[in-house]
Design a protein around this ligand. Structure first.
Ligand SMILES: NC(=O)c1ccc[n+]([C@@H]2O[C@H](COP(=O)([O-])OP(=O)(O)OC[C@H]3O[C@@H](n4cnc5c(N)ncnc54)[C@H](O)[C@@H]3O)[C@@H](O)[C@H]2O)c1
Ligand SMILES: O=c1ccn([C@@H]2O[C@H](COP(=O)(O)OP(=O)(O)O[C@H]3O[C@H](CO)[C@@H](O)[C@H](O)[C@H]3O)[C@@H](O)[C@H]2O)c(=O)[nH]1
Length: 351
């Protein structure tokens, strides 16, 4: 059985991917220092899969501790690297913290890939590498634009580091560019746990709907789009998760013709912020308390994916609609309300 090391396994996308890997017969271990998450998420993973997952509470920026995980698990066949800081605004305020955490952890891992001859490496990238594209939908060959934030630079630099690494090493790599992952596992046993006031749209919607936030703002309705609000490609987190299993299978089956392959992971549909809100109101039956506010600096106006390459090459079939994404996110928010520790969570008391 293949053994996959998932970094950031307690996080939003990592936890959903662990479930998908286990359901597809993989043995999984996780490493997460819980700087942005709680290991309590494994209770949910265990309920869904019936499996206990071993997590190493290790900071990947610590090389010796990271190396020790590989010494203890010499049979690791692949790595899926999610662990990173991801808040765009925070990265503008604390750029060095972002460059250090996201790049040092990546380099430490790649050193271990080299040292232990790990054949397969999958990296969490982002459509942020396309910036404000001249033409939509974007394909994998759409030229990258300069990043809008230090966070964005860590993704662009991460891609470059892996590209160069793969030329000089035996490992084969896959870069997955996510669009806007939202929603929760259909079992509602795991989902997103934003820390503090959510910066992202869907947690802002669900927290407003449940009354945790009094009101939310739509950042701008004067863009050149069909209703004036920004356009995004929302994709269910479980569909994103399954693409990781397919990426590992693609590498294992020797189907990659390149040392480093890139895939867009989006639904291929663009919805506006106001359309997402209307869809939420329809599926939840809740009237959302929102106002139109000013534009948020740095926001991309409109982006969505051409996902043909992932669909054809990986055999990726999308299961979930925008309605499913918003309904599962809403059910998860309602579930969190019954668990005060999660519901009231701040970074320090998550663990
Ligand atoms: N969620 C999104 O909208 C989105 C979009 C595009 C790309 N991504 C990327 O996908 C990946 C996963 O995102 P997510 O939404 O699951 O984020 P998340 O914050 O929920 O999960 C990341 C996990 O990594 C852990 N971590 C961070 N630094 C670490 C370190 N140095 N050592 C060990 N563990 C560490 C955190 O504790 C957390 O559990 C990230 O690389 C993110 O940049 C996310
Ligand atoms: O309270 C809110 C929050 C968001 N938005 C708008 O909703 C859209 C989506 O915003 P958000 O959910 O923050 O996602 P993005 O800005 O598209 O960025 C996400 O998606 C990128 C591409 O995957 C990742 O790189 C980022 O890390 C991730 O935060 C944008 O137009 C925002 O202005 C609002 O109107 N009100």
């Amino acid at each position: 059985m293949s053994k996959i090391l998932v970094t950031g396994g307690c996080g939003y996308i990592g936890s959903h991917t662990i479930v998908d890997l286990v359901e597809n017969g993989y043995e999984v271990i996780s490493v997460d220092n819980n700087s942005r998450s709680t290991s309590r998420i494994f209770e949910g993973i265990e309920k869904i899969t019936g499996k206990k997952i071993k997590n190493y509470k290790v900071d990947l920026c610590n090389f010796d501790d990271t190396f020790a995980i590989f010494q203890e698990n010499e049979d690791i066949t692949g790595i899926i690297h999610f662990a990173a800081f991801k808040a765009v605004g925070e990265s503008v305020e604390q750029p060095l913290m972002y460059f250090e955490n996201n790049l040092v952890s990546l380099i430490n891992l790649l050193k271990c890939v080299q040292e232990f001859n790990i054949p397969h490496f999958v990296f969490s990238s982002s459509c942020t590498v396309y910036g404000n594209p001249d033409k939509i939908p974007v394909t994998e060959t759409t030229p990258p634009k300069p990043a809008e934030s230090p966070y964005g630079y860590t993704k662009q630099m991460g891609e470059q580091i892996i590209n160069e690494f793969s030329k000089a090493n035996a490992a084969q790599c896959v870069l997955l560019r996510y669009f806007n992952p939202v929603g929760a596992h259909p079992s509602i046993m795991i989902g997103e746990l934003p820390i503090g006031k959510p910066a992202n749209l869907v947690p802002a919607i669900t927290q407003t709907a449940i009354g945790k936030l009094p009101l939310m703002q739509v950042y701008g309705d004067d863009y050149d789009t069909r209703d004036g609000s920004c356009v995004r490609d929302f994709i269910h987190v479980s569909d994103i998760a399954h693409a990781h299993t397919l990426a590992i299978q693609f590498l294992e089956q020797g189907k990659s013709t390149k040392r480093c392959e890139v895939f867009n992971l989006g639904s291929g549909n663009g919805f506006t912020v106001l359309e997402a809100i209307k869809t939420f109101e329809k599926v939840s039956g809740v009237h959302l308390n929102y106002v139109i506010g000013p534009r948020r600096p740095g926001d991309v106006i409109a982006i969505y994916a051409n996902n043909d390459f992932a669909v054809k090459t990986l055999g990726w079939k999308l299961k979930y609609s925008l309605e499913d994404m918003l309904l599962t996110a809403w059910k998860w928010e309602q579930r969190l309300k019954t668990d005060e520790k999660f519901y009231q969570s701040k970074p320090a008391d998550l663990n």
